[in-house]
Design a protein around this ligand. Structure first.
Ligand SMILES: [Zn+2]
Ligand SMILES: [Zn+2]
Length: 156
């Protein structure tokens, strides 16, 4: 029976502990030194799906512990972006948002309140990017669907 309890144990961990482990393991797996700032920034991003701007991120982090200057948050973000744990999402001109979901996925953005949510990749059939004219070398694509979110589309 040796070996089996690991699975049971992992399942019994609550989601908070699982996040803690994910954060530590992911930072270490990328060869990063685990600093409180990197930890806080990555844990915060993993725990949300709203694609915050650096300002929103900082406001949130400073409510937990007032340690984060904008420069520290930027530096941590830059490091996380460089190793690919976090990606930058640009849906509006000049506004960088950050996403800890680095799996390929699409986005829905509400045109009224600006809310952004992930759309699973397999929601849509794949585009045939081989139809591009020759000379263009595709690397990746994603779809941004613009519209109204649940809150904004329901009257009252
Ligand atoms: Zn909305
Ligand atoms: Zn996303």
């Amino acid at each position: 029976m040796i070996g089996r309890p690991i699975v049971t144990q992992a399942r019994s961990l609550d989601s908070m502990e699982r996040t803690d482990n994910t954060v530590l393991e992911s930072l270490k797996a990328q060869g990063l030194r685990v600093t409180p700032q990197r930890y806080a920034v990555y844990a915060n991003l993993l725990g949300r799906t709203d694609h915050p701007t650096v300002d929103q991120l900082m406001t949130d982090l400073n409510q937990e512990f007032p340690i984060s200057s904008q420069a520290t948050v930027y530096n941590s973000l830059r490091t996380l972006l460089d190793v690919g744990l976090v990606r930058e999402v640009l849906l509006e001109e000049g506004v960088s948002r950050y996403d800890a979901n680095t799996e390929p996925h699409h986005h829905f953005q509400c045109q009224s309140c600006g809310a952004i949510e992930d759309i699973p990749w397999d929601t849509f059939p794949a585009l045939d990017i081989s139809q591009l004219r020759s000379g263009l070398v595709p690397e990746r694509y994603e779809v941004t669907v613009l519209g109204q979110c649940d809150r904004c589309s329901s009257p009252g």
